[in-house]
Each structure stands twice: as C-alpha cells, then as structure tokens.
Design a protein around this ligand. Structure first.
Ligand code: ADP
Length: 398
C-alpha cells in the first residue's frame, strides 16, 4: 500500500511516496525555485528513489510544470504513479480555519473552501490549492485527502485562542489563534506517550518544534491547550526568517514614520526577520559557524532565540502545572545539543535537567536526554509529518 504525500509551497513542492503502515519511503524529492529565473544548468528538481538521485535542470515556470517533471521522474525511476498501487494522495494544507479540523476527503467544494481560506493564509493556501488541483488532474482516479496544519489546535481553550482586541472586529474577520505545525505536534506527542508507555490521555507535555519555522505547544492529556503560533505562523518563537512575537505597535510606527506599506511589512516580518534579520543567515548551522568565528550579531541572534524559547517553556510549565515530558523535534531541535542544553539550563529545582552525554550522543532515534532519575523526562523525537499525513489519508480512505 502506498500513499503519495504532497507539500506544495509558494515556490517549492516537496513529496514522498511511502507505505503508511511501515513508514518505508519508496521515493521522495523536491521541486524548488518555481516561477523564478534560474541560471543555465541549475538543478531545480531532485528525486530520490531506491538509493539513486535523479535531477532535472532548468526553470520550472509554474506548479503544473513542476508536477509534470515529478511524474516523469517517478516513471523513469520505475514507479508508475498513474498505474496501480497508489492508495491515496495526502496533501498538507496550512490553514483549515474554523471549517476543517480533521483529515478531509477532497472534492470540488473542499477545494473551494480551502481557496476561500486564502485570506487567512495568503502565502500558503493558494499554493496548496494549486498542488491539489495538479494532483487531481494527473491522478484522476486516486482519492485525495487534505490534512490541515491547524487541525490539532482546533480545540484550543477560549482563553488561549482569543486575542484581546475588539470582539466584533475579531468575529467579523475570523481573527483568533489557530496554531500551525499541528501534524508535527500531534505525531510527536503521540510518540512521546508511546515512549513513556502511557496512554496519551494521561500525559501532559510540552513539544518544541524547532525547524526553519518554529513553534511550541502545551498538551494536556492528548489535547493541545496552547501553542505559540497564532492567526498566522508569524507569532511566537524566533524563527529562521520570521520575527515571532513583536510589539504590534512596531507596524503602525513603521507605516507612520518610515513609509513602509503593507507589503514591506509582510516582507520584513516574514522574510527578513528572525535569525536572518539579526545575523544575516537563517540556517542554524551557518549561524553556529558565524558564532564560532566570533561574530557578535550571530551571538546576539542566538541569545534572542534562546531567550524567547525559554519564555515559552516557562509559560507552558505554569499553564500545565504538572508536566510529564518536554520534547525537542524538527531540524534544530533534533540536531542541536547546544540549543537543547541552553533552553533548559538552570532548571534543576523544577525537576528539569539535560544529561550532557545523552544530549550529545550521535543517535538519530527517539530518545531520552534527561538523566535517568529526572523528575521530568526530556526527549528528542524526530518528527515525521509525511508519515502522519500518509496515515491520516490511508485511514480516511479505508
Ligand atoms: P523546515 O521548517 O524547513 O521543515 P527543518 O525542520 O528541516 O525545517 O529544520 C531546518 C533547520 O534545522 C535549519 O535551520 C538547519 O540549519 C537546522 N539543522 C539541520 N541540521 C542541523 C544540525 N546538524 N545542527 C544544527 N542545526 C541543524
């Protein structure tokens, strides 16, 4: 049984063909720089299958062209997607608004609703819709399922999801905290419960998803009770290129005094802020290299990143009261022992500690990094959003 998982972004398409039961990946790849001019000979599509990498060079004018190249590469690598064997296509959809809170079988009405939600996620939902439409055209007989990044946070308590702004304005414009990365928070928190050997309904936990985008969640008995992202994925932690929390007064100030229009504000906060805005680089490994050369801006960026992270950890400890696990996941969370150690330094009196040997062990599996006698276990659990989406899609289609 195989499911094709598609994550169609504004200028990229990531995909995986995998078995939703075993998690075995048959093929995976990425189309990048869609709609951008590229220098001659530049690789824009990389496709991995059975240990081999196939590449496509040259510009990809739009998503439909990207999907055609991907389907060609599948055929060339011996996986005929249009033939038998494809059970479902699972699409990652960023914003499900108030409408979608569970995996949903896609039909014309669902596509129209996801498109309508573009007002809430102008950078994401339109690209998701294009991905869905291309896949429906190229694979007409295969059931397609949308899995929403907001779904896990649909039931946030009112106090956590409500912004303290004029209630009429909020209701009229759908302004509330929705949360994102839900597929990852749900998958990782489920794995944590398994590792603890307890039912998810009996575990209170904090999950720190630290990738290019970053978010924290507080989960009580399997249900999310708070998360750091809000109406959009801009709120919360310091990210690769996004600011996370700022004083909203900054926006009015820049518009009033510095001639920023709304596009310039969007560009500033989404693309030129966070680690990149502070240090010039958004990739954590490059940031670490700069810090090692004595670069002060990079060190400050790191300190701001850790400061914000600790603030959220503190908030969620208090919100939950009783905490059974704290877990790091995603690119930075899984790979940076320094971030994990600094995020939880000096908290032994709260029963929280990171064991230096366990923390720096070269191990890619889900594992404990707290000392064996720790009151609150600290873990690293690799996220796997593709597998979670494939499972959700397969379950719905069965
Ligand atoms: P995305 O949000 O794009 O899915 P990922 O979860 O892949 O992001 O995380 C990407 C981030 O993880 C980058 O900042 C990258 O530098 C960081 N990262 C990956 N490997 C390492 C590593 N070995 N050490 C530190 N950071 C790493």
């Amino acid at each position: 049984m195989r499911v094709l998982v598609i994550n169609s972004g504004s200028s990229s398409i990531k995909y995986q063909l995998l078995d939703p039961v075993s998690g075995a990946v048959a093929a995976s790849g990425m189309v990048s720089r869609i709609g951008e001019p590229v220098e001659p000979g530049a690789t824009t599509v990389e496709h991995e299958s059975d240990g081999r990498t196939l590449e496509h060079d040259g510009p990809i004018p739009d998503h439909a062209a990207g999907f055609r190249v991907v389907f060609d590469l599948f055929a060339r690598s011996g996986h005929d997607l249009t033939g038998e064997g494809l059970y479902a296509v699972g699409h990652r959809v960023v914003h499900g608004g108030e409408v979608f809170y569970r995996p949903t079988l896609i039909d014309d009405a669902v596509v129209a609703s996801i498109d309508e939600l573009s007002a809430l996620a102008p950078l994401h939902n339109p690209a998701n819709v294009i991905g869905i439409e291309s896949a429906r055209q190229l694979l007409p007989g295969v059931p397609q399922v949308a899995v929403f990044d907001t779904a896990f946070f649909h039931g946030l308590p009112d106090a956590a999801k409500t912004y303290a702004i004029d209630a009429k304005v909020a209701v009229t414009h759908g302004i509330r905290r929705y949360g994102f990365h839900g597929t990852s928070h749900e998958y990782v928190s489920g794995r944590v419960a398994e590792l603890l050997g307890r039912d998810a309904s009996a575990v209170n936990q904090i999950v720190l998803h630290l990738g290019n985008g970053a978010s924290a969640s507080a989960i009580r008995g399997g249900r999310a009770v708070d998360t750091s992202m809000g109406l959009t994925p801009l709120e919360g932690l310091v990210m690769g290129t996004r600011s996370g929390d700022i004083d909203p007064g900054i926006i009015a100030h820049l518009m009033r005094t510095a001639d920023f229009d709304i596009d310039a504000i969007d560009q500033l906060l989404n693309r030129n802020s966070g680690l990149k805005g502070l240090s010039g680089v958004n990739d954590f490994r490059e940031l670490q290299r700069l810090i090692d050369t004595g670069d002060h801006a990079a060190s400050l960026a790191y300190e701001v990143y850790i400061h914000r992270l600790r603030r959220y950890i503190g908030a969620y400890l208090v919100e939950l009261g009783e905490v059974d696990a704290i877990t790091f996941t995603a690119g930075v969370g899984e790979n940076s022992p320094q971030v994990r150690a600094d995020a939880l330094a000096g908290l032994t009196r709260f029963g929280i500690a990171v064991d230096p040997d366990r923390n720096t062990a070269k191990d890619r599996a889900a594992r404990y990094i707290s000392p064996p006698d720790a009151q609150i276990p600290v873990l690293v659990v690799p996220t796997n959003e593709e597998l979670a989406i494939a499972r959700a899609a397969a379950t719905l289609v069965t």
